[in-house]
Write a protein that binds this ligand. Structure first.
Ligand SMILES: Cc1cc2nc3c(=O)[nH]c(=O)nc-3n(C[C@H](O)[C@H](O)[C@H](O)COP(=O)(O)OP(=O)(O)OC[C@H]3O[C@@H](n4cnc5c(N)ncnc54)[C@H](O)[C@@H]3O)c2cc1C
Ligand SMILES: *[C@@H]1O[C@H](CO)[C@@H](O)[C@H](O)[C@H]1NC(C)=O
Ligand SMILES: *[C@@H]1O[C@H](CO)[C@@H](O)[C@H](O)[C@H]1NC(C)=O
Ligand SMILES: *[C@@H]1O[C@H](CO)[C@@H](O)[C@H](O)[C@H]1NC(C)=O
Ligand SMILES: *[C@@H]1O[C@H](CO)[C@@H](O)[C@H](O)[C@H]1NC(C)=O
Ligand SMILES: *[C@@H]1O[C@H](CO)[C@@H](O)[C@H](O)[C@H]1NC(C)=O
Length: 479
């Protein structure tokens, strides 16, 4: 009698102090915190919420807007993508999310493409697509076909991950996840894209021009980056690319909503391991310290991206590596015909990729609003410049002859793939997981979802669900 009275008081004190503004809970329901509400955090919430037999209470925390590196800027009443913008036709999860939520797709790049070396175009497209293919083949020959085959093979191997995850297999580190796709993938992390392509017999010209230009536009880097991210990057230059009508960030918003998770706009300062194996979170601007059975980090945590504290853990965590700064400058105005030697509006190149390591910009491309198809009339003339450093006034004047408005977004965009950083662990401690470890293999929206599903499986397993029981894997059908 007395002890049950005491238990009630303790429970009420617990509810009052620990759960204060949070909902009162079913004590058997596992509580999961997700830190970060980009595509990784929101898809982790979604997968966890759909795991049969888990029934979790999920809290998602983010210091910024939902979507993270999937973001838009409004220019003259239209929204334009400034972060993650294009998806590959074989990005299965992103495609399925779009379909499942009933979102429309917007077709990608359709303009004229050119390779600029800092003084002239070494290759540029004209109005005739047959001629364009012929002149590309003339310049790069056999290498073009070779790379096409290599990327196709890689995508076939890559796609094995979807069955592996449907079958409930999860991996505690990135190297093991890549091995499950194909044993050769880990070798690709250890050599540069340049070395890998050379080894396959691809020409020096292709590597220096096309591969280089594609690495610059996608990752702000060069073919010195490792071959795995290099191949993801080459795949990102294929045809059939798409984005979401209305903006890519509609997907993380819909995932968060569909997961039923609670969202809190808070910055997490530290994760504290308690003696009972559970975790408390500490916030920057809030004295509560809620308690969780599992915590998922869904944000970069290298020392240049985060100041996160880990308290009371038996070992110190190391997050080697750093993130590459990519500055996205959105310009509403006119491109400078003189700089690029355009005779008239019909000779303007819409997608300018660069092949020069020391040039001050990586790419310059005409952009269309998220709700207007590429190539359509009516939208304001907007260009997107990617560079490693903010553009100086003279640099902007070199690229543009008239400017109405500019918007500058400085991203810690994706890892620096300089070959010094080995891939890390998804499992930091039993119950504590890190999705973004996968970014050191390659950073992309689809990679975030693959990492999130892996981590959701690990967390579910930690919380007592048999993840390889096929009956529990029903969400691969619904997905
Ligand atoms: C300019 C650019 C172009 C790109 N282009 C493409 C592309 O075309 N195709 C493609 O597939 N990918 C592209 N990417 C990569 C892609 O956008 C990212 O890989 C992906 O969006 C990362 O999602 P994420 O959820 O892992 O991380 P994020 O989106 O960074 O989300 C992490 C969130 O966590 C929050 N957070 C961090 N610390 C804390 C804390 N302590 N407490 C609370 N919240 C915190 C952050 O505010 C952030 O919102 C591009 C990226 C950039 C920057
Ligand atoms: C490459 O860029 C640098 C710096 O802008 C420039 O000096 C050099 O001439 C460029 N190379 C070519 C081939 O134009
Ligand atoms: C959120 O989800 C509910 C169902 O769970 C749905 O009815 C609603 O339309 C969704 N809202 C948005 C903005 O997606
Ligand atoms: C971050 O860590 C690297 C080693 O990985 C180190 O060289 C660098 O000085 C550190 N930077 C900061 C800001 O602590
Ligand atoms: C600048 O904006 C005005 C109206 O907002 C528009 O009419 C004009 O064409 C724009 N100029 C350029 C160079 O895009
Ligand atoms: C990954 O985890 C193992 C222990 O499981 C540890 O020895 C190793 O140092 C970790 N690697 C990184 C990069 O943190």
């Amino acid at each position: 009698m007395f002890s049950s009275y005491l238990r009630t008081i303790i429970y009420l004190l617990y509810v009052f102090f620990i759960c204060e503004s949070h909902q009162v809970l079913d004590p058997t329901q596992p509580r999961i915190a997700i830190i970060g509400a980009g595509i990784s955090g929101t898809s982790a919430a979604y997968f966890l919420s759909k795991t049969p037999g888990l029934n979790p209470k999920i809290d998602v925390y983010s210091k910024d807007l939902v979507g993270g590196r999937m973001a838009t800027v409004n220019i003259q009443g239209y929204d334009f993508e400034t972060g993650g913008s294009v998806l590959h036709p074989r990005n299965k999860y992103m495609k399925q999310f779009a379909e499942q939520f009933g979102f429309k797709r917007k077709k990608g790049i359709s303009g004229k493409f050119g390779l600029y070396d800092g003084s002239h175009f070494v290759y540029s497209e004209g109005d005739w697509s047959v001629m364009n293919v012929a002149s590309l083949l003339w310049r790069y020959g056999f290498s073009l076909l070779k790379v096409n085959t290599l990327v196709g093979e890689m995508l076939n191997q890559f796609e094995r991950i979807y069955n592996v995850q449907d079958d409930g297999y999860a991996f505690s580190n990135v190297a093991d996840l890549l091995s499950a796709m194909d044993p050769s993938f880990n070798m690709m992390l250890e050599r540069s894209l340049e070395a890998g392509l050379k080894h396959a017999g691809v020409s020096k010209l292709f590597i220096e021009e096309l591969a280089h230009a594609i690495m610059r536009v996608n990752y702000g880097q060069s073919p010195d980056a490792h071959q795995f991210v290099g191949s993801v990057s080459l795949a990102g230059a294929e045809t059939g690319l798409w984005s979401l009508h209305g903006g890519n960030k509609k997907i993380p918003h819909a995932l968060l909503n569909a997961s039923g998770a609670s969202f809190y706009n808070e910055e997490v300062e530290a994760i504290h391991l308690n003696t009972d194996g559970r975790f408390s979170l500490r916030f920057k601007e809030n004295d509560e310290m809620p308690l969780y059975d599992a915590v998922i980090l869904a944000t970069p945590v290298t020392n240049d991206t985060s100041t996160f504290g880990f308290e009371n853990f038996p070992r110190q965590f190391h997050f080697p590596g750093r993130y590459h700064q990519t500055v996205c400058t959105m310009v509403q105005g006119d491109i400078n015909y003189e700089t690029f030697n355009f005779a008239d509006s019909s000779s303007v190149i819409d997608d300018i990729f660069t092949t020069n390591r020391t040039l001050f910009f990586n790419s310059l491309a005409r952009n269309y609003p998220v709700d207007i198809d590429d190539g359509a009339e009516g939208a304001p003339s907007v260009w997107k410049v990617f560079s490693n450093e903010p553009l100086a006034k003279e640099e902007l004047d070199t690229l543009f002859s008239a400017i109405n408005e500019t918007f500058v977004i400085k991203w810690k965009a994706y890892p620096e793939y300089d070959g010094t950083t080995t891939t890390g662990n998804f499992t930091l401690h039993p119950g504590l997981y890190h999705v973004n470890a996968i970014e050191f293999a390659a950073s992309a929206m689809e990679m975030g979802v693959i990492g999130a599903r892996n981590v959701a499986l690990l967390a579910a397993s930690h919380l007592g669900v048999d993840i390889q029981d096929r009956k529990t894997q029903s969400f691969h059908i619904e997905l």
